[in-house]
Design a protein around this ligand. Structure first.
Ligand code: NAD
Length: 503
């Protein structure tokens, strides 16, 4: 309790600059309000209180930011590579220095528990370090010689890019997108989620302090339908890296069509964790619980569908119910808290609407199934059992601490259920039969699969989904593939013959 009170007091120090002023836009190195003067309020899901006033950017702010990014592009593209690497490392250093401030503000703005946000802030620094080290070689291409031509490819940054991020773990996700863009030599206009603008602003300020030239990284706050839309339609913005809902991705693709935008989408998921009866059931239980109830279940890679082989389902379910009922729901700044409040009242209503849907469709609410606390957006960790694969709770992304358990008899049935949704982001398979693991993962429709493990993100590996879960991959060189263009140059060798016309 004393630790929580200390944390709340320190949070006030960190929020003071925003409370006295506002969460401004950052365009061409200047902290400015929206050109129209419009603002909106960001509130905390802990107690619904107003955190700060936020600049409500629109098309004219996006236009100014895109111009700044365009004007700064040549300088950043040609920035000495060793210096580019140093700037990105300085950003990482400053994130580490300010990690507590970032974690506290993120907890208060999003409701995520401190135990996870402390790590997420440091993970943001790692994202910058990883790409800082790769910045000097980002332009590397290939030599593809033929008998008459010395063919060389190089990669060049695509130009100013737009980055649009969601409200779940917004700090970490922003670093994930922006670090490789900068390492590639692109300039950036970032439109953070309207529900969680605070840490995006801190991050851009860190970058400016670290020596990033003005205009290289711009932030325009605002809503999807105006600031977001204007960014996707702007002719000077060459590509959009978007993380959010599948239906928003579809809208962005349409909006970007006229200007032929390159798009990279990380979208929704309804990810299966499949537990076979030969698995280490205790480890599978730990992982299944972690992957749906950590980060409030507001996580694209969460294992929101639990498929358990019927021979072990009763035993697994009994242990699961006990553990779910034991999860500590509380204030996100309390180090003991495991699940905090959901991001916003609107989202709370969406998540809780599935309690009635589950009952109406004939499933059982075996744990949770109600809100908790007299203020804020708190919900009890929830478990649906007796679910069938075609129920809405087994098909739709709920995006909260809500798990749907489905039983299966055979491997074929498990595969059919696992693949029987529109999404394909991640999958988790628990078995000690190596041949089964190979056979099952080979047919499982997902961009990322872990066997006998929870989600462990290793930065050089490709991250992304199939089906309605995304287009493109992040991580390692895959990020550079998106933010850069391949350029081919053929040098004629001496005996290369040129056809003569009219001779
Ligand atoms: P969202 O799609 O509602 O909003 C995301 C961002 O898009 C926000 O900044 C919003 O302002 C903006 N936006 C909305 N409409 C727009 C438009 N017409 N044009 C341009 N921008 C627009 O998503 P959300 O509710 O903030 O985030 C949750 C979703 O994100 C979930 O579906 C989750 O699965 C997904 N997600 C996916 C990944 C992944 O890696 N696949 C990671 C995190 C979150």
């Amino acid at each position: 309790m004393a630790e929580l009170q200390n944390n709340i007091a320190r949070l006030e120090e960190y929020l003071a600059p925003f409370r006295e002023g506002m969460v401004s836009n950052l365009v061409n190195g200047e902290a400015i309000p929206a050109k129209s003067g419009a603002t909106f309020e960001t509130t905390s899901p802990v107690d619904d209180s107003v955190i700060a006033t936020v600049a409500k950017g629109g098309a004219e702010d996006i236009d100014a930011a895109a111009k700044a990014a365009k004007d700064a592009f040549a300088e950043w593209r040609d920035f000495p590579l060793a210096e580019r690497k140093k700037v990105l490392h300085r950003i990482a250093d400053a994130i580490v220095d300010r990690a507590e401030e970032i974690a506290f503000c993120e907890c208060w703005d999003t409701g995520q528990a401190l135990r996870f946000m402390s790590k997420a802030a440091l993970r943001g620094a790692e994202n910058f370090r990883f790409f800082a080290d790769r910045a000097p070689s980002a332009r590397d291409g290939q030599s593809l010689p033929s008998p008459t031509l010395m063919n060389v490819t190089t990669r060049v940054p695509i130009g100013p890019v737009g980055v649009i991020t969601p409200w779940n773990t917004p700090f970490m996700l922003s670093t994930w997108k922006i670090a490789p863009a900068l390492a590639a030599g692109c300039t950036v206009v970032h439109k953070p989620a309207e529900f969680s603008p605070v840490t995006a602003r801190i991050l851009a300020e860190i970058a400016l302090d670290a020596g990033l030239p003005a205009g290289v990284w711009n932030v325009v706050n605002g809503f999807g339908e105006d600031a977001g839309r204007a960014l996707t339609e702007h002719p000077d913005i060459k590509a959009i890296a978007f993380v959010g809902e599948s239906k928003t991705g579809s809208m962005i693709m349409k909006q970007g069509a006229d200007t032929l935008k390159r798009v990279h989408f990380e979208l929704g998921g309804k990810n299966p964790v499949v537990v076979f009866d030969d698995a280490d059931l205790d480890r599978a239980l730990d992982a299944a619980i972690f992957m749906i109830y950590s980060l409030n279940g507001e996580r694209c890679t969460s294992s929101s569908r639990l498929l358990v082989q019927s021979s072990v389902a009763a035993e697994f379910k009994a242990k699961l119910i006990e553990r779910v009922n034991n999860i500590k729901v509380g204030h996100p700044l309390d180090p003991a808290t495991e699940v905090g409040p959901l991001i916003h009242k609107v989202h709370l209503d969406k998540v809780t609407s599935y309690f009635d849907i589950a009952k109406a469709d004939g499933a059982t609410i075996a744990a949770g199934g109600e809100t908790t606390g007299d203020k804020g957006c708190f919900v009890k960790p929830t478990l649906f059992t007796d679910a069938k694969p075609d129920m809405r709770i087994a098909q739709e992304e709920i995006f909260g601490p809500v798990l749907t358990m489905i039983e299966f008899d055979t491997e074929e049935e498990a595969l059919e259920i696992a693949n029987g949704v529109e999404y394909g982001l991640t999958g988790y398979v628990w078995t000690n039969d190596l041949t089964r693991a190979l056979r099952f993962t080979n047919k499982l429709e997902a961009g990322m699969i872990w066997v006998n493990s929870e989600n462990v993100r290793h930065l050089p590996t490709p991250f992304g989904g199939v089906k309605a879960s995304g287009i493109g991959r992040d991580g390692g060189d895959w990020s550079f593939e998106f933010y850069m263009e391949q350029k081919h140059v053929g040098f004629a060798l001496g005996d290369h013959k040129i056809q003569r016309l009219g001779a």
